[in-house]
Design a protein around this ligand. Structure first.
Ligand code: GLU
Length: 439
């Protein structure tokens, strides 16, 4: 009989091994933000905190070289990543982004947030994320296809409908998912629709997936506003980012009677005190590719966006946009994070001090991965649901998840972010403990 195991040490006496050796502490970026968010939740995890180091170390990381022939015959190399942060609760799940500034620590952070997000809404997935360091504006469509296919082949070891399931993210879309699905399927010799989500509807995609993240942002914005006693009718809304998330959130809020006073995309910031005409702006963006040159509003400087007075602010662009300096200037009542990681921990504290409620990314933008889950389920059953059914299920799930974290925030007297991390980390680490270590 082996001797019984000693009782676990309290978490605080365990050595802190939070940085894998391959990381440069000076260039942690969003991964540093993520680690701080995890550290804040550890005191609330009770005995499960003995497993907390799990959350600070991605399970698997693959860095790949992606060589392609340029259209002129030259060979070009791009760097690609896929991080599986945690797969305790199910296959890795998370998008792939194409961006010239993607870094490994950024992808690690995004993968970590996916683990928290899928657990927060109780989907049977872990968290993963991928990226290719490329500016898609500088390559042709044919080159983008070759990058996507080579990247997918290089990840061959990791991907699979029960292993790791990519989806769209920044600068990737349904077409990119179609290429990924086809490449994987050709390599394994069988059409496997469930290996990616966010596919075209004609290829096993789900109705409602394209608008799902924005619809989720809208749903939690309405819930949070209700708790604040803030009517949506007439509420002033400022949205940073006019991609898939920002544009749909803005459209749905405007349809509900809110006044979208400011919108910013990569190069342009528009302001209109009386509220922008969203259908007209969407039409302009669809025709021109962006919001530049739209005549129905006043262009203001990029930085002036943060001085616009609003009731609801939706950062729906990139990480680390609400810095401490900006958090001191923002005039709003409610921040709903459409983007992943838009608020730094120091800014988060300042917003809380200033009594500005923040609905964190890991719940606010979970609508996308929720409908990804619906898509994955539909692919397996080869039985497809109506758009109404999907939207209803999405709204129900988002409201339930929001109500759960709201209650925890009230009970523990913590921010909604910490409350969401408490709910999610308990779920992840409980599974971790049940499964145990093997080998
Ligand atoms: N890229 C989205 C996110 O950050 C969706 C991920 C997915 O559907 O797997 O949540």
């Amino acid at each position: 009989m082996p001797a019984p195991l000693p009782a676990p040490l309290p978490a605080a006496t365990w050595p802190a091994h939070s940085l894998p050796s391959y990381l440069n502490p000076a260039a942690l970026g969003s991964w540093g933000d993520y680690l701080q968010q995890v550290d804040r939740v550890i005191p609330y995890l009770g005995p499960l905190s003995r497993w907390a180091e799990t959350l600070k170390r991605p399970k698997r990381i693959l860095v790949v070289d992606v060589p392609i022939h340029r259209d002129d015959g030259r060979v070009a190399h791009f760097e690609g990543y896929r991080v599986q942060h945690n797969v305790s609760r199910g296959p890795g799940k998370g998008g792939v982004r194409f961006h010239q500034e993607v870094t490994l620590p950024e992808v690690m952070a995004l993968a970590g947030w996916m683990s928290i997000k899928t657990a927060a809404v109780n989907l049977p997935f872990g968290g993963a994320k991928g990226g290719v360091r490329v500016d898609p504006r500088t390559v042709s469509t044919a080159e983008l296809e070759r990058i996507t296919r080579r990247y997918t082949s290089e990840l061959g070891l990791l991907l699979g409908p029960h292993k790791d399931i990519p989806a769209p993210d920044l600068n990737t879309n349904e077409q990119v998912m179609a290429w990924m699905m086809d490449t994987y399927s050709m390599n394994v010799g069988v059409t496997t629709t469930g290996v990616v989500t966010g596919k075209p509807v004609d290829l096993g995609g789900s109705l409602g997936r394209r608008e799902a993240t924005g619809r989720g942002v809208f749903t939690v914005a309405v819930e949070a506003a209700r708790h604040l006693g803030l009517p949506i009718e007439g509420a002033r809304v400022a949205v940073q980012g006019f991609g898939n998330v920002g544009s749909v959130s803005a459209k749905l809020l405007a349809q509900a009677g809110a006044r979208v006073v400011a919108v910013q995309d990569q190069d342009t910031t528009l302001y209109r005190e009386a509220g922008l005409d969203l259908p007209a702006l969407l039409q302009h963006a669809a025709t021109n590719g962006d919001i530049a040159g739209y005549a129905g509003a006043e262009p203001i400087s990029q930085e002036a966006f943060w001085d616009v007075e609003s009731d609801i602010l939706i950062p729906a662009a990139m990480e680390q946009q609400i810095t401490e300096a900006r958090a001191g200037r923002i005039h709003t009542r409610l921040v709903v994070e459409g983007a992943n990681g838009p608020t730094t921990p120091a800014a988060d504290d300042l917003l809380a001090e200033r009594d500005i409620l923040v609905v964190p990314d890991v719940i606010a933008n979970a609508g996308g991965v929720t409908v990804s889950y619906f898509e994955w389920v539909q692919d397996f059953s080869s039985f497809f649901w109506s758009e109404d059914e999907i939207n209803q299920r999405l709204v129900r799930l988002m409201r339930e998840a929001f109500a759960t974290v709201w209650a925890v925030a009230q009970e523990r007297q913590v921010s909604l972010r910490t409350a969401t991390f408490i709910v999610a980390c308990q779920r992840i680490l409980h599974t971790r403990q049940l499964r145990g270590l093997y080998p």
